[in-house]
Design a protein around this ligand. Structure first.
Ligand code: SME
Length: 165
């Protein structure tokens, strides 16, 4: 009972922080059209805001190699350079266009272990204003089951506001 109440308080705190962050990121990026600058700023501001974010960044759709993601701006330890659509959690988000919420990466078929400390993750597809996939936002944690629907919803909302309008 006490644990459920604590979880509720913590998720309310997280929601409030995400809401502030959405406003702060939009203010910093006001008038800046460059995609690399926008992705780098989003990755930096997200990573600095939450203790449970171990690796935070973008894998972008590579126009030079159809069906592949290539690493973009990120904060964290060394990431893999390329991920094929359909491979691992990022590849699943790219292939389906749907957010992937993975409580235990070791149980996810084909998970790519760029850093063995990664235990759980959330990956959100990122679309341009025309609705085409341009990237995925990958957030990994070194804690198991670190993310829930609050993270999935707010990360989709923030990337939607910044990249899809
Ligand atoms: N976790 C990802 C791979 C990228 S990194 O961990 C930075 C995946 O399985 O899609």
């Amino acid at each position: 009972m006490a644990e459920a109440f604590n979880d509720l308080v913590l998720s309310a705190d997280r929601e409030a922080r995400y809401a502030e962050l959405a406003t702060e990121i939009a203010a910093v990026l006001e008038g800046e059209p460059n995609l690399v600058a926008r992705m780098a700023t989003v990755a930096s501001m997200l990573a600095a805001s939450f203790d449970h974010f171990f690796w935070t960044g973008f894998y972008v759709v590579d126009p030079a190699r159809p069906g592949e993601l290539v690493v973009g701006p990120y904060q964290g330890t060394l990431g893999c350079l390329r991920i094929a659509f359909g491979r691992g959690v990022c590849g699943a988000a790219a292939a389906t266009g749907e957010t992937q919420l993975v409580a235990d990466v070791h149980a996810f078929p084909g998970h790519i272990a760029c850093d063995g400390r990664s235990r759980s993750e959330v990956v959100v597809p990122v679309f341009d204003p025309a609705g085409d996939l341009i990237a995925v936002l990958d957030v990994d944690s070194d804690r198991p089951a670190a993310f829930d629907a609050v993270d999935a919803l707010w990360l989709a909302r923030i990337t939607g506001d910044i990249f899809s309008r």
